[in-house]
Design a protein around this ligand. Structure first.
Ligand SMILES: Nc1nc2c(ncn2[C@@H]2O[C@H](COP(=O)(O)OP(=O)(O)OP(=O)(O)O)[C@@H](O)[C@H]2O)c(=O)[nH]1
Ligand SMILES: [Mg+2]
Length: 194
């Protein structure tokens, strides 16, 4: 069983991403308000291998106290030692590297441990909301910004070996299926690279 812990700010599409992978609406999603309030494990068996996707409440929903409560929920409901991959989810269509994103990355590092970044993937959602002609440059810039920040934070925690960047980068759109000329089944990526 490959265990994926899915984290990120509220509303970035973590639960929707799980639904995209599994091809059915198992995880509740919401357009207007913070949605996931508990940790849920979604087991899935396929001919490519068995995976478990762990959905978590989004951070930066309210105040610091709320974030800490959600992170404690993760700590109390997930055996972090068994996590094969952290999936950090962020929206591709944001034009700035926002302070809430920095706080989220800092808190994840402080509460879960810097080691979680050493086996991390970056998933950009809302890819279809970025015009085709900008998508590559936007992805490159956002990825660099996030990686630089994770690098700086984990350095403060003396992470050894040091963070070398995300192992896998994916762009997805959980709502629009026709945004890219070529797309690969995500399930095959999860089973093959984990
Ligand atoms: N256009 C577009 N909409 C998306 C995408 N992913 C999610 N959404 C929409 O964004 C809203 C929030 O999605 P959720 O999956 O509930 O987000 P979440 O990260 O699980 O949010 P929390 O549970 O509050 O942490 C929903 O209305 C989704 O339909 C995407 O890739 N593209
Ligand atoms: Mg959710």
């Amino acid at each position: 069983m490959r265990n994926f812990l899915i984290v990120g700010r509220t509303g970035v599409g973590k639960s929707s991403f799980i639904n995209s992978i599994l091809g059915k609406p198992v995880a509740e999603t919401s357009k207007y308000e913070a949605c996931t309030k508990i940790i849920r494990h979604y087991d899935h068996t396929s001919h490519l291998g068995d995976i478990c996707l762990i959905d978590t409440p989004g951070l930066a929903e309210d105040d610091l106290e709320c974030d800490i409560q959600y992170l404690d929920l993760i700590i109390n409901n997930v055996d972090l030692k068994t996590i094969n991959t952290l999936i950090y989810v962020s929206r591709l269509d944001e034009t700035r590297f926002r302070p809430e994103e920095k706080t989220t990355i800092s808190l994840l590092t402080e509460k879960l441990g810097a080691f979680i970044w050493n086996n991390a993937w970056l998933v950009f959602t809302f890819a279809g909301s970025v015009p085709n002609e900008n998508r590559d440059i936007v992805s490159k810039n956002r990825k660099l910004q996030i990686e630089e920040f994770v690098k700086a934070i984990t350095l403060e925690y003396n992470l050894n070996p040091s963070f070398q960047g995300f192992q896998v980068k994916l762009r997805v759109d959980n709502s629009s299926k026709n945004w890219a000329s070529k797309s690969i089944p995500i399930m095959s990526v999860l089973a093959a690279k984990s």
